[in-house]
Design a protein around this ligand. Structure first.
Ligand SMILES: C[S@@+](CC[C@H](N)C(=O)[O-])C[C@H]1O[C@@H](n2cnc3c(N)ncnc32)[C@H](O)[C@@H]1O
Length: 223
C-alpha cells in the first residue's frame, strides 16, 4: 500500500469551502507527516486520510447547531474536533486529550493552521466534570456508548448533545446503553446519518440529548 498522501477527492472542495480549504490541505499534510512519524496515526491510514478521516469527520458538522461550545472527548490526532473547527468557524472547540504527545501535536496543528476557535486541554473527560460545561460533546473511537455517556453527560448543559461517531454497531450500542441512558437522565437518544452524497457509506452517529441528571441518594419518606 502506498504511503503517499493521495490528492483530495473532488467532493472535498464542496465540503471544505473558503478558508477551510487551505486548512484542510495543511492538516492532511500534518497528519501524513508528523502525525505518522510520531505514531499518532498508522502509516496505512495515509491513503485514507481524506475520505476516512477528514471527510468523515467534516460531515458531522451537519448535526451540530450554530454557535455552540463543543468538547471533543479523546481527540487523539484531532479527529473529529480539529476538522470540525476547520469547517465550523462559528463553533468554539475544546480538544480534550489525556496524552501529552498528542496534546503537543494538537497545539502545533492549531498554531500552524492559525485556528482561533480551538483550545487544547490535557486531561480525562471524567476529571472535567463539575469544572466545565459545553453545549455539544463529540467523540470518535474513544469508548463504548455506555462509558461515553458517563463521561459526557456531566459535561453538558441541560438540552446539550452528545454526538458519538459510531459506524456499523451504532444501533446495538444504543440498545446496550439503555440502562445508562436512563441513569444519566438523557432526554432522547437516536441514530442520525450524515454526509449523504459526500461520504460512502454516510456516517452513522448516535445523538443523545441531555436532560437533568436524576438525583441520587434521595432520602425515602418514612411511613
Ligand atoms: C482510539 S483513540 C481515537 C482518537 C480520535 N478520536 C480518532 O478517532 O482518531 C482514543 C483516544 O481517547 C483518549 N482517551 C482515552 N481515555 C480517555 C478519557 N477518559 N478522557 C478523554 N480521552 C480519553 C486516548 O488518549 C486516545 O487519544
Amino acid at each position: 500500500m502506498s504511503d503517499e498522501l493521495p490528492p483530495p477527492p473532488d467532493i472535498a472542495r464542496d465540503v471544505f469551502t473558503g478558508e477551510a480549504w487551505d486548512r484542510a490541505e495543511a492538516f492532511a499534510e500534518l497528519l501524513a507527516g508528523p502525525g505518522v512519524v510520531r505514531g499518532l496515526l498508522g502509516p496505512r491510514e495515509i491513503p485514507r486520510i481524506w475520505d476516512r478521516h477528514l471527510l468523515n469527520c467534516a460531515v458531522v458538522a451537519e448535526a451540530i447547531p450554530p454557535d455552540v461550545r463543543l468538547v471533543d472527548i479523546g481527540s487523539g490526532a484531532g479527529l473529529p474536533g480539529l476538522v470540525l473547527a476547520i469547517v465550523r468557524q462559528d463553533v468554539t472547540v475544546t480538544l480534550l486529550e489525556p496524552l501529552l504527545r498528542r496534546t503537543v501535536f494538537l497545539q502545533e496543528c492549531v498554531e500552524t493552521l492559525k485556528l482561533e476557535n480551538v483550545e487544547v486541554l490535557r486531561g480525562r473527560a471524567e476529571e472535567l466534570a463539575g469544572k466545565r460545561v459545553f453545549d455539544v460533546a463529540s467523540a470518535r473511537a474513544v469508548a463504548p456508548l455506555d462509558r461515553l455517556l458517563k463521561w459526557a453527560m456531566p459535561l453538558l448543559n441541560e438540552g446539550g448533545e452528545l454526538i458519538a461517531m459510531k459506524g456499523e454497531r451504532a444501533a446495538e450500542e444504543l440498545a446496550e446503553a439503555e440502562p445508562q441512558l436512563r441513569a444519566s437522565g438523557a432526554r432522547t437518544a437516536e441514530l442520525v446519518t450524515v454526509g449523504h452524497g459526500k461520504v460512502e457509506p454516510p456516517a452513522t452517529l448516535v445523538r443523545v440529548i441531555a436532560g437533568r441528571a436524576p438525583e441520587h441518594g434521595r432520602r425515602r419518606r418514612r411511613r
